[in-house]
Design a protein around this ligand. Structure first.
Ligand SMILES: Cc1ncc(C[n+]2csc(CCOP(=O)(O)OP(=O)(O)O)c2C)c(N)n1
Ligand SMILES: [Mg+2]
Length: 873
């Protein structure tokens, strides 16, 4: 025996008994410090041993009826499985997942029976992000609760059947009274949950609603943690002290193809990441069958062995015989072997993992909801396909298992005690006990106690009053001062923030670019939100526009994270449904770091029925000068085409922006339409034209005539910052070449395209003879049509079939360059000269402009015959 060591251990035990754990911690820290002064450093480890964080003797007693809850859970397991198997019998290949829910069932059921609170008159309800592909289990529970019926379940994944079915995954777009959060694109749920929890604090700190202990629960897969978005914002959650946030990670050690960390341990890896970030980590690794063994484990041999085995091997134990486990796990050490000798084979096979033990899960949740000042993550070890036996439990193929044979169904039925006879089993009936059965009474009583059903999405009629119209009308007259549309927007935003009716509802969001966009004046006006207030004296305190952080600040200054900023936009833009508060987010960012960077989140916003304004600033491939290839956006409006309920505008003048924002506020917050807006803003300063009379409707529809000429020979369309180039070209055509042209401002190609496609569809399907708006505008006038924008040619080109005359598209296909605007517009062939040339050349093709004159114009306009196509440059 090592006497010195024994001495130290004895002293430690004495100290624990006499002074208590806090004092022991203090002394250990001091010892460590002293050792380190002498150069003795402990190896850094962010990990604790591979055992449950909450020891058996600190486990609270379970408040529910375990047996009853197990019966209910078993029925849900059965119905969830039956739903997928039946759907795939009726439509081969329709898909769905069985094994994920089977692994997460206990984690959900403890939540449903004891933690997830519904929305009531006095309480806003807990926000639960369900793991996307566990949806069959959530539906199966709603079925028992009487919220869904047999038809719904039969039509799982068959939304286009006569009777409405259930969507594959959580989609508020498709099931607006049920799902709140689309989670199935892995990684988006977790980051959205973090910013949502933060947004709840924002609402409370700003006094927008009462403080409550409402919580955000996010359930996710262990494989899902590979996504950068999953872990990318965990520091923020700790920094912001989000004690209203609980992550539950279903660590079944498997993803789709195989083990998550076959050669390592995902729970330990995640523990280190979350602890390092400052979260409370609760590991739920072992079920109560292991407690007696740990009790005998005086020398920590069992815990050590558990720490040594890698996940791939744990998966192997799940699928192997008891003898295999005896030989390979317990058999490696005589003490462990002795422990195993006390157990029957049956017992060894049934030794549960922590995530399948309701008492362990309850203890973890209970600790999590009591945690103060930091978020909690629960790392629960489970088995993928739990209960499927040979049909898939722990198998690498289990994720995609969608069909079960009769024998597997029978085994499953017997394992979980479902009252379905052998005779009926092959028809896989759904099972719902009578309303007055003890199971149903218990289940409903629990939900009543917790305030109602979860998930449930609801909208109330809380339309806003429109802001003062003067905010928008002041731009109608235009101005001689050269200003950019970004400056115009900031002015509108500033006025809206001061508006009596909606000022408080506005949420300005920016990822560290406020100064770029000239928004620094807003820092002072409404403050930057900081839960802790401002704990330092800002360097620019004596400046009028100083960097003002405050607890009830209104601006969300998110730092350099477009994903995080977008997650805030989502939280704010769905507050009307999730919190019944009509918040109006304005998220302004470098347009290039928009859809192509966070495209999947923008899609999620559409699905979420998110409202609000996205402002793509420093937009336009040739309008953002200097910054070059990775900054200059000439395709944001093409990407915007992909999101069905996104309104996309590329306005040129101040009055256009004012009209669009006013209309947007009305449509989203007065008419309650499920749409959101993308508006591009530029930093090019130019004189702001006055609004041509009667153009309001056209601005909203997508185009209007900006200027008419007496005898037009061509029509020129311009958008955004290229409209001034079009106007210049039109003037030059008149002055130098004596050619009259009409000028149109196209504010939204997306609107024009969608309108034309819709009209065409109606004409073809219903034999109508309607005219798209684009044809109404252009088909009564002769002439070539030249369309120029700072975006890809595809936008205007896609309208050509609805225009009777020849259309020439000028756009900015290709990589950007760092240079000034004139050089860029020359390079991309969208400047006034290139537009002028295109008009002349098109007229020439029609025989309306002479060859000789055209050659002369080529020289005047500097059109280089040998210039390569910028697309390939
Ligand atoms: C962004 C994204 N990539 C891929 C998928 C396809 N996918 C669905 S489930 C899955 C595996 C999930 O594994 P895990 O997170 O461990 O969940 P489990 O089913 O094991 O609980 C994958 C790759 C997806 N839904 N989203
Ligand atoms: Mg997994």
């Amino acid at each position: 025996m090592d006497l010195a060591k024994q001495d130290w251990l004895d002293s430690l035990n004495d100290l624990i008994d006499s002074e208590g754990p806090e004092r022991v911690k203090e002394i250990l820290k001091e010892l460590q410090l002293n050792a380190s002064k002498k150069g003795i450093r402990l190896t850094f480890s962010a990990n604790t041993p591979y055992v449950n964080t909450i020891p058996f003797d600190q486990q609270v007693s379970y408040p529910g009826d375990r047996d009853m809850e197990r019966r209910i859970k078993s029925l849900i397991r059965w119905n969830a499985m039956a739903m997928v198997v039946r759907a795939n019998r009726s439509k081969d290949g329709i898909g769905g997942h069985i094994s994920t829910y089977q692994s997460i069932a206990t984690l959900y059921e403890v939540g449903f029976n004891h933690f997830f609170r519904g929305k009531t008159d006095n309480f806003p309800g807990d926000m639960v992000y369900f793991q996307g592909h566990s949806s069959p289990g959530v539906y199966a529970r709603a079925y028992l609760e009487g919220r869904l019926n047999d038809d719904h379940l039969i039509n799982f994944r068959q939304e286009l059947n006569d009777k409405p079915g259930l969507s594959s995954y959580p989609h508020p777009w498709l099931m607006p009274n049920f799902w709140q959060f689309p989670t199935v694109s892995m990684g988006l749920g977790p980051i959205a949950a973090i910013y949502h929890a933060r947004f709840i604090k924002y609402l409370e700190d700003r006094g927008m609603r009462e403080r409550t202990d409402q919580r955000v629960w996010a359930f996710l897969g262990d494989g899902e943690t590979d996504e950068p978005e999953t872990l990318g914002a965990i520091n923020l959650a700790a920094r912001e002290k989000l004690d209203n946030l609980i992550f539950v990670i279903n660590c079944n050690l498997q993803r789709l193809d195989g083990p998550v960390r076959g050669n390592g341990k995902i729970i330990q890896e995640l523990e280190a990441s979350f602890r390092g970030a400052g979260w409370r980590v609760i590991k739920v690794i072992w079920g109560d069958d292991w407690d007696p063994l740990f009790d005998q484990d005086d020398h920590g041999i069992l815990a050590k062995k558990m720490g040594e085995v890698v996940d791939g091997q744990y998966q192997k134990y799940t699928v192997e015989s008891a003898q295999y486990v005896r030989d390979h796990f317990f058999g490696t050490d005589p003490t462990l072997k002795k422990m195993a000798d006390q157990l029957s084979d049956e017992q060894i096979k049934r030794m549960r993992r922590g995530g399948h033990d309701p008492e362990k899960v309850f203890a973890a949740y209970n600790a999590a909801v009591d945690e103060k000042d930091r978020p909690t993550v629960i790392l629960a070890k489970t088995v993928k396909g739990y209960g499927l036996g040979a049909a898939g439990e722990g198998q690498n193929i289990t994720h995609s298992q969608k069909k079960l044979g009769e024998e597997a169904l029978r085994d499953f039925r017997t394992r979980f005690g479902i009252p379905i006879s052998d005779k009926d089993i092959d028809s896989i009936p759904f099972y719902r006990p009578d309303d007055d059965s003890p199971e149903m009474k218990y289940l409903m009583a629990r939900r009543n106690e917790l305030g109602g059903f979860v998930p449930e999405r609801s909208e109330i009629d809380n339309s806003i009053e429109m802001p003062n119209p003067k905010i928008f009308d002041e731009f109608n007259a235009g101005s001689d001062r050269e200003v950019s549309t970004t400056m115009v927007f900031v002015r509108i935003l500033s006025k809206l923030l001061s508006d009596k009716s909606i000022g408080k509802l506005i949420v300005p969001i920016v990822p560290d670019e406020a100064r770029t966009f000239g928004m620094d004046a807003l820092f002072r006006q409404v403050g930057i939100y900081a839960h802790s207030g401002q704990l330092y004296e800002p360097v620019d305190a004596d400046n009028l526009l100083f960097y003002k952080e405050e607890k009830d600040g209104q601006i969300l200054e998110e730092g350099i994270t477009e994903a995080g900023s977008f997650a805030s936009f989502l939280a704010a833009g769905t507050a009307y449904a999730n919190h019944h508060i009509n918040m109006i987010p304005f998220y302004i960012y470098y347009s290039m770091f928009g859809f192509q960077r966070i495209g999947d989140m923008a899609w999620m916003a559409g699905d979420s029925r998110c409202k609000g304004f996205l402002l793509g600033a420093t937009a336009g491939r040739t309008t953002l000068s200097g910054e070059g290839l990775q900054h200059q956006d000439g395709h944001g409006h093409v990407l915007a085409l992909t999101i069905p309920n996104l309104m996309a505008y590329d306005p040129a003048f101040a009055y256009e922006i004012a009209v669009i924002i006013k209309d947007g506020i009305k449509r989203m917050y007065v008419n309650n339409e499920s749409i959101f807006y993308y508006i591009t803003l530029m930093n090019d300063n130019y004189v702001q034209a006055a609004m041509p009379e009667g153009s309001e409707e056209g601005i909203i529809k997508g185009m209007y005539k900006f200027s008419s000429s007496k005898n037009p020979q061509a029509q020129i369309l311009g958008s955004g910052a290229i409209l001034p180039e079009v106007i210049k070209a039109s003037e030059q055509l008149k002055e130098k070449y004596n050619i009259d042209t009409d000028v149109w401002s196209v504010t939204s190609y997306k609107n024009l395209i969608q309108d034309a496609q819709d009209i065409e569809r109606q004409n073809i399907r219903n034999g109508k003879e309607l005219k798209p708006y684009i044809s109404e505008c252009l088909n009564n006038i002769d002439g070539p049509i030249i369309a120029a924008s700072d975006y890809m040619k595809l936008l205007s080109d896609s309208l050509s079939k609805w225009i009777k005359d020849e259309l020439v598209s000028l756009g900015t296909d290709g990589y950007g360059r760092s240079d000034d605007r004139p050089a860029l517009r020359n390079h991309f062939e969208v400047d006034a000269n290139a537009i002028t040339w295109s008009v002349l050349a098109s007229l020439n093709l029609k025989g309306h402009y002479k060859d000789n004159d055209l050659e002369k114009a080529r020289e005047d306009l500097g059109i280089d015959l040998n210039k390569p196509n910028p697309l390939g440059e």
